[in-house]
Design a binder for this molecule. Structure first.
Ligand SMILES: Nc1ncnc2c1ncn2[C@@H]1O[C@H](COP(=O)(O)OP(=O)(O)OP(=O)(O)O)[C@@H](O)[C@H]1O
Length: 260
């Protein structure tokens, strides 16, 4: 797999911060892979996402950088889609779902209002919302948290970006809905051949579907590798601790324990 983006020596310090949010990161993002960026709160995951999207705040000090295979950085909303933790915050309460899902595509693909609305309904169907025509006419408050996150995914994918960054996209949802949304994301990015950067604090959740994992701690990349390899034989002590903190990953199946 070719590198879609080569990150080399990337350090980011926010204005006034005594320690950098990211410190000398070297990481390749490969075209078409599902890469999970895993780390505890404050480890720099969202900073990495913002750096990739060119959305770091003014005054942030950046060293090193990234090289995109396309030659230029992706345009957020067009080449790069985002799904955040809180769909309520990313959706406008006074616009209909249809308007919001179609908005990015209208702007970036030059669609008419009518074409954008019809694309929105198509996208709402893709994210498996029942009765997409009706949902398109609804407002965000009329939907559940899980449904709103499906809407946010539909909006992020409407302009057909090549890469999707999901930043703690399922963290606010209960476990059943979380699993459904992860399965949906997985299906959609696979079907479209997209690259997925799945940012999470939950190594167990990520290990279910990611091709590779990148483990972050305090702004540093601790370890990266194929998901299975890292889980089976973590190189870093911190990764071992992370795995051990998840009973379902660390505990050997009872059936093996019982065997003679
Ligand atoms: N806009 C900002 N201005 C100043 N400091 C910031 C800003 N955004 C993040 N930080 C700091 O940078 C460090 C890394 O934060 P970041 O949000 O990237 O971590 P994270 O792993 O995504 O955490 P979380 O899972 O809690 O979102 C933290 O110490 C945080 O307080």
């Amino acid at each position: 797999m070719t590198a879609l983006c080569e990150i080399r020596g990337l350090s980011v310090a926010y204005p006034g911060a005594s320690v950098p949010a990211l410190d000398g990161i070297d990481l390749d993002i490969r075209a078409g892979e599902r890469l999970a960026v895993i780390g505890e709160s404050g480890s720099g995951k969202s900073t990495l996402a913002c750096a990739l999207a060119g959305l770091l705040p003014d005054g942030a000090r950046v060293e090193g950088g990234m090289r995109w295979a396309a030659g230029s950085p992706p345009r957020p909303g067009r080449d790069l889609g985002f799904v955040f933790q809180d769909p309520a915050a990313s959706l406008n309460p006074v616009l209909t779902i249809g308007e919001q899902v179609g908005e990015g595509a209208r702007r970036h693909l030059g669609l008419s209002r009518r074409q954008a609305l019809s694309l929105a309904v198509e996208m709402l169907e893709k994210v498996r919302l029942p009765d997409p025509g009706k949902v398109a006419k609804a407002f965000p408050h009329q939907l559940s948290g899980g449904q709103r996150q499906r809407v946010a995914i539909a909006a992020a994918l409407a302009a057909k970006p090549g890469m999707l960054i999901a930043d703690e996209a399922t963290s606010a949802l209960d476990m059943v809905v979380q699993a459904e949304i992860v399965a949906l994301l997985d299906d959609l990015v696979r079907a479209a051949g997209m690259t997925l950067l799945f940012i999470t604090h939950d190594i167990a959740l990520a290990s279910g579907f990611a091709d590779r994992v990148a483990i972050f701690r305090k702004g540093a990349l601790v370890e990266t590798g194929p998901t299975r390899t890292v889980l089976a034989a973590p190189a870093a002590a911190y990764t071992k601790t992370l795995i051990a903190s998840h009973r379902d990953l660390a505990t050997p199946p009872l059936i093996h324990e019982a065997a003679p």
